[in-house]
Design a protein around this ligand. Structure first.
Ligand code: ACO
Ligand code: ZN
Length: 436
């Protein structure tokens, strides 16, 4: 008699199975994107279905419900092909798009590899920058989701007094993907591969604030305006750092057409970067923000809305309306929705009845002019708040007592706002400048 051992199917890229979340309590369906061997043991890079990519992680078999594994779907149009990803792991391409982008990513990597061979490393230990790639739109552009950029490549960064776990891929030089911590100078944003290199760098680095002009200061926070052409290295380092927390954007190295507004908290040690937004010097689409970021240690404290408020304050000074560059991320949309709603509700609630005691009247255009929020965003906000009603042949805005109360509570919670009197800034007409 022969006993047939029931063989377990291989855990390969493309398999789906429940994975125990890091809270150790719930299981969630996930897809294996990649696998590698560490200390003689396989670990798997997984993406939780319907969750944001920032939650993707490496897990070991003990967090996987292998009994409920589903093999890769056979109906995918792309033939399964194994490719080497950045850090020597094997990975799957799952769509024709990915194949294409993968191809260009490979070419780009080859280019980087070639360049790396010819350029000596900076004595500080900062690996040389990547080659320049032409810009499409924005300092970062929407990219296709290829397997290289789909996986986080930096384990941890140290920035000032914080250690921060990155959320997404960023094209730092490949040798930094092999170190446990990437050390970043919190003032000039130079990246270094060891604490020793950072220590050496800090003895020479004279910056204690971002380069450029301090154009706003109040309540312990400041904004610096940095020209992406004049301070190219800083701007590129800022983009690399930001990409760790920004998905759906590919980073390009032509920072010339952008201004960067860096928000800092200051104390006796210097100006500590909290977040930033970038803005095209000239935008044909009325964008007043290209990318916006609050660094994770500072998130959920109102700084995101402060950055947004500042961007609209600049638009007011320019006498223009503006809107953020699309697509917005999940958190970007939440923050903009919240800022737009609060700003518009504040205007509506402060409208006074006219002398005859009639209901106050305001047009969408007037709201847009007062706030510099683009008309389309005013309309979408009013719709989202469900405030517009059609009544006796005209549109009227009605607010419930609950809405008024929750708005008042939100305003009372607001910790910090922009004081336009503290903004020392003159808009420039970049179209008249020939070359930026
Ligand atoms: N979960 C749920 N709600 C959240 C979260 C979260 N993780 N983070 C922020 N919010 C909500 C806040 O509760 C707040 O809502 P409320 O006003 O109703 O209370 C609102 O979003 C804004 O909160 P802030 O504290 O002002 O914003 P924060 O400093 O956290 O920054 C930002 C928001 C910039 C989007 C930040 O999350 C971030 O940098 N994310 C990564 C980068 C990113 O996605 N940027 C936007 C891309 S789109 C573009 O660039 C144009
Ligand atoms: Zn420095």
């Amino acid at each position: 008699m022969t006993i047939m051992a029931e063989s377990r199917p291989d855990l390969i890229e493309g398999c789906r199975l429940p994975v125990l979340l890091s809270n150790g309590e719930e299981w969630h369906m996930a897809e294996i994107l990649s696998k590698k061997e560490v200390g003689g043991r396989n670990i798997f890079y997984i993406h939780y279905e319907d969750f944001n990519k920032r939650l993707d992680e490496w897990v070991s078999e003990d967090r996987m419900d292998i009994g409920r594994m589903e093999l890769p779907r056979k109906d995918t149009k792309t033939p399964k092909k194994e490719g080497k990803a950045v850090n020597g792991t094997t990975s799957r391409s799952s769509s024709p798009d990915r194949e294409l982008v993968n191809g260009s990513a490979q070419k780009q990597k080859a280019l980087v590899a070639r360049k790396r061979k010819t350029v000596e490393e900076d004595p500080d230990g900062q690996p040389e920058p990547l080659p320049k790639i032409p810009r499409q739109t924005g300092s970062m552009v929407a990219h296709h989701d290829d397997i290289v950029t789909r996986m986080k490549n930096i384990e941890m960064i140290e920035l000032g007094r914080y250690r921060i776990k990155p959320w997404y891929f960023s094209p730092y030089p490949q040798e930094l993907t092999n170190v446990r911590i990437v050390y970043i100078c919190e003032f000039c944003l130079k990246y270094l591969k060891s604490a020793k290199c950072l220590e050496r760098h800090l003895m020479k680095c004279l910056l204690r604030h971002p380069p450029g002009n301090e154009i706003y200061r109040k309540d312990g926070v400041s904004f610096f305006e940095i020209d992406g052409r004049k301070n190219k290295t800083y701007a590129q380092n800022l983009c690399l750092l930001a990409k760790l927390f920004l998905d759906h954007k590919t980073l390009y190295y032509d920072t010339d057409p952008f201004l960067f507004y860096v928000l800092c908290e200051h104390d006796d040690k210097g100006y500590h970067i909290v977040g930033y937004f970038s803005k095209e010097k000239e935008s044909t689409e009325d964008y007043n923000v290209a990318c916006i970021l609050t660094l994770p240690p500072y998130q959920r404290r109102g700084y995101g809305k402060l950055l947004i408020e500042f961007s609209y304050e600049l638009s007011k000074f320019e006498g223009k309306t503006g809107s953020p560059e699309k697509p917005l991320s999940d958190l970007g949309l939440l923050s903009y929705r919240s800022y737009w709603s609060q700003t518009i509700l504040d205007i509506l609630l402060n409208l006074k009845p006219n002398e005859a005691g009639e209901r106050p009247i305001i047009t969408i255009n007037e709201i847009s002019e007062m706030t510099s929020i683009k008309k389309e965003d005013v309309i979408s906000t009013l719709q989202h708040l469900n405030l517009i009603n059609y009544y006796k042949g005209q549109y009227i805005i009605t607010m419930s007592a609950d809405q008024i109360e929750s708005h008042s509570k939100a305003m009372a919670k607001k910790l910090i706002t922009i004081d336009p009197k503290c903004l020392h800034w003159q808009p420039k007409d970049w179209s008249k400048r020939g070359k930026w």
